[in-house]
Design a protein around this ligand. Structure first.
Ligand code: UD1
Length: 374
């Protein structure tokens, strides 16, 4: 690495919400091994121990250098608070580059603040598109990609989306999937017997998760999902670790009184991945779980009308089923009758973090003359 005063400025990683942690861990680790100076900023978007701290411990991540304590709020309010606190942080720490992950509000807030301060931004998991602007994450993805200098991409379709939006090829890098790096590294510690024992699960079971605003914030949609899950539970017992978002509404609609459906608290990473690994079927509205079930070889039914991760359908175990109860039950019956195998889309090989670290050290070797966008 070139020795100069500039090289001591830190790469500043921004994490805030649960899915960021498993995406950032491999990049932090690889940069550390390459000797890059770095700083970890937790925005505090997620703050419950079960949604945050426990992941740092299990993933072996460093304790954040700072936690901005931003917390929950309406989108404008939360994003505004994120921007105010991140601006102070960047003025103070003078990052060599800011690295943002995924599509949460912390991601777009950090990209916007850094860009306006003239600090280059790298976006890990760029280019995914659901083409559904009612999803807050889609807005975050489009905006973050538009202003990031370097775009690290998990799949070929994402490269094509960026190209269609006019992104120059030299801003994009197809590097693979850092969330899958974390999965493959920790897979030897997934223990389905132990989680079965703890939860007293006997025989086959399905795992479900629900948290998307489109599913849990509206009573009509939440009611359909509860009806669908009630019928799936007649086919196979369901274990549902429930995100805090929408919990009250779902329980008020009777989710808690379904025979053979167990609601439990959100699980730490290793316990959740152990639960996924041992399941015969997964029903989810999460993005990351579509990817994880693909690599684990577990059939996944996505309870949405669209996905920004079509590679998990073409090269994986995922099926889009929406929320209509008849469609959900029919898809569950088919999936339970059809064995699935682990699938590995191109470059989902456990080495995305090192690829990114290597590239970061080259891409941000010198103080930028301009922001390089356009
Ligand atoms: C956020 C991300 C979403 C991601 C999800 C994973 C955005 C726009 N959305 O959604 O992409 O899939 O994280 O979990 O950034 N809450 C707690 N404790 C916490 C955090 C949240 O109780 O530690 C509750 C609060 O009532 C809060 C609500 O969950 O209002 C929603 O939290 P928020 O950070 O706004 O978004 P998520 O729904 O978690």
């Amino acid at each position: 690495m070139r020795e100069s005063a500039l090289d001591t400025r830190p790469f500043v990683h921004i994490v805030g919400a649960r899915p960021n942690f498993m995406k950032a861990a491999p990049v932090l680790d690889a940069l550390k091994q390459s000797g890059g100076s770095q700083r970890l900023v937790h925005t505090g978007q997620h703050y419950d121990r079960a949604m945050s701290e426990v992941f740092f411990e299990e993933l072996g991540m460093p304790v954040p250098d700072v936690n901005l304590g931003v917390g929950s709020g309406a989108h404008g309010e939360q994003t505004g608070r994120l921007m105010i606190e991140l601006e102070k942080e960047f003025v103070e720490s003078r990052p060599r580059a800011v690295i943002v992950y995924g599509d949460v509000n912390s991601t777009v807030a950090a990209a916007l603040v850094a860009t306006k301060l003239g600090i280059p931004v790298a976006h890990v998991e760029a280019g995914l598109r659901s083409f559904d602007r009612t999803m807050p994450e889609e807005v975050n993805r489009v905006l973050t990609d538009a202003i990031s200098n370097v775009l690290y991409v998990t799949s070929a379709d994402a490269m094509a989306h960026l190209a269609n939006e006019g992104v120059a090829v030299d801003r994009m890098r197809f590097v693979g999937n850092t969330m899958i790096d974390t999965l493959l590294r920790l897979q030897p510690r997934f223990d389905t017997e132990s989680i079965r024992g703890k939860l007293m699960i006997e025989g086959s079971y399905a795992t479900a998760t629900l948290h998307r605003p489109a599913n849990v914030d509206s009573e009509v949609d939440a009611r359909r999902l509860v009806a669908g899950l009630r019928r799936v539970a007649d086919l196979i017992p369901v274990v549902l670790p429930l995100h805090p978002r929408g919990r009250q509404r779902l329980e008020a609609l009777g989710l808690g009184s379904i025979d053979r459906l167990r609601i439990i608290e959100p699980l730490p990473y290793l316990a959740f991945m152990s639960l996924l690994s041992g399941a015969d079927l997964v029903l989810t509205d999460s993005g990351g779980i579509q990817e994880e079930t693909t690599v684990l070889g577990v059939p996944c039914l996505t309870l949405r009308e669209n996905t920004e991760r079509p590679i998990t359908i073409t090269n994986g175990t995922n099926r889009l089923v929406g929320t209509d109860p008849d469609a959900v039950v029919a898809a569950a019956e088919t999936a339970l009758a059809t064995p699935a195998e682990p699938m590995h889309p191109p470059l989902w090989d456990g080495a995305a973090g090192p690829r990114i670290a290597k590239d970061l050290l080259v891409a941000f070797d010198e103080e930028p003359q301009s922001n390089g966008i356009g």
